[in-house]
Design a protein around this ligand. Structure first.
Ligand code: NCD
Length: 316
C-alpha cells in the first residue's frame, strides 16, 4: 500500500457527501487507488485495521453493499460482525439506540448501517462513540455508492470536472442520486436527471439544492453526446400507487438500449448501481457491452469502502 492520502480536517462519520469538499473526495479516491493495488495482490490483506471491529447493521436487503463492506474490512484485517435484526433483541422490542449502545459496549469501532428510514444513521451517530458509515437510508443518502461511482468515472476519464453525466430512472426514490449529485457537482460534472414526470419530482425540488443540475423527461435529447450514462433501478419497494407508467411504456421511453446509447459520446460509459431489472431500465445487451462498467463498479466498491474504513478507523 502506498502512502495513504491525509484527509483534511479528519472526520468521524460518513453520513452523506453534502459535507465533503472536492479535496476530501479526491483524498478518498486516492486512498482507494492504493487499496485497489492491495486487492490486486496474491494476498489481499494489509494490517491497517488489525484489532478494530466493524459491525454491519443492515435493516434492509443488500447483497453487494453488505458483502463489499465485509470484504473491505477483512482486507484491512479488521474483525467484521454481521448484526442481524432477526433473532436479536430488536425482535424482543429493544430500541435501535439501545442496541447501538450494546454494540458499543461489546467493543465496536465502526457501525455500517442501512435502514429503510431516512435519518437513522444520523441518530445512530449521535448515540455511538465510534464511527458510523451510512450504507443507505431510505431515499436519502448512499455516500459509499456515490464515491465508488466517482472512482469508476475517474478511473475511466482521469478527471470528473466538465463531464456530462446523464442519470436516468427512478430518481425520486433514489438515495444513489442524492448522494451522487453532491459528489458529482462538487467535482464539477454537469449532471442531467431524466425520468418520467411521476418518477422525477418537481424540477424546483432538485434546483433548490443543486441549482446547476438539468432536469428533463426527454432521454433521447439528454443522452446526446453524454460521457456517462447511469441507469437506476425502478425501486418497486418504494413505489406509491400510481407513480409508475406501464412497464412497457417505461421501457420504450427510458430503457438504455444499444440504439439510444449510440447517441451518447463514442467513449461513453454505462453505469448501474445494481441490482438491475434487466430488460426494464437497461437491456441485457447494453449491460454486458464493452461500454458497460457495471462489473467494475462492484469491484471498485471494495477499494472505496476500504478507503472509507481506513480514513475513519485507521491510525493517523
Ligand atoms: C442501491 C441501493 O441500495 O440504494 N443499490 C446498491 O447499494 N448497490 C440502488 C438500488 O437498490 O436500486
Amino acid at each position: 500500500m502506498g502512502e495513504p492520502a491525509i484527509v483534511p480536517g479528519g472526520r468521524r462519520h460518513v453520513l452523506d457527501l453534502d459535507d465533503f469538499a472536492a479535496e476530501e473526495i479526491s483524498a478518498v479516491l486516492e486512498t482507494a487507488r492504493s487499496m485497489q493495488e492491495v486487492l490486486g495482490r496474491r494476498i489481499k490483506q494489509v494490517p491497517a485495521l488489525r484489532g478494530r471491529t466493524v459491525v454491519n447493521m443492515f435493516f434492509e436487503d443488500s447483497t453487494r453493499t453488505r458483502i463489499s463492506f465485509e470484504v473491505a474490512a477483512r482486507a484491512l484485517s479488521a474483525a467484521i460482525v454481521n448484526f442481524s435484526a432477526r433473532g436479536s433483541s430488536v425482535e424482543k422490542g429493544e430500541s435501535l439506540l439501545d442496541t447501538v449502545r450494546t454494540i458499543e459496549a461489546l467493543g465496536a469501532d465502526v457501525i455500517v448501517i442501512r435502514h429503510a428510514e431516512a435519518g437513522v444513521p444520523q441518530l445512530v451517530a449521535h448515540a455511538f462513540g465510534g464511527s458510523v458509515i451510512n450504507a443507505g437510508d431510505g431515499r436519502h443518502a448512499h455516500p459509499s455508492q456515490a464515491l465508488l461511482d466517482l472512482y469508476t468515472i475517474h478511473a475511466r476519464f482521469g478527471s470528473i470536472a466538465g463531464l456530462r453525466v446523464v442519470i436516468v430512472g427512478d430518481v425520486v426514490h433514489s438515495r444513489v442520486v442524492r448522494s451522487g449529485l453532491w459528489g458529482l457537482t462538487t467535482m464539477g460534472a454537469r449532471v442531467t436527471l431524466v425520468a418520467p414526470t411521476t418518477l422525477l419530482g418537481p424540477a424546483a425540488y432538485w434546483h433548490a439544492t443543486w441549482p446547476e443540475v438539468t432536469v428533463t423527461t426527454d432521454l433521447d435529447r439528454a443522452i446526446d453526446g453524454a460521457d456517462v450514462v447511469m441507469a437506476l433501478r425502478l425501486q418497486q419497494e418504494r413505489q406509491d400507487a400510481g407513480l409508475l407508467p406501464s412497464l412497457g411504456e417505461y421501457r420504450r421511453r427510458y430503457a438504455i438500449t444499444a440504439e439510444r446509447l449510440a447517441r451518447a459520446a463514442p467513449h461513453a460509459i454505462v453505469m448501474h448501481p445494481g441490482p438491475m431489472n434487466a430488460g426494464v431500465e437497461i437491456t441485457p445487451e447494453v449491460a454486458t457491452a464493452p461500454q458497460s462498467v457495471i462489473e467494475a463498479q462492484v469491484g471498485n466498491g471494495v477499494a472505496v469502502r476500504m478507503a472509507l474504513l481506513y480514513h475513519l478507523a485507521g491510525e493517523s
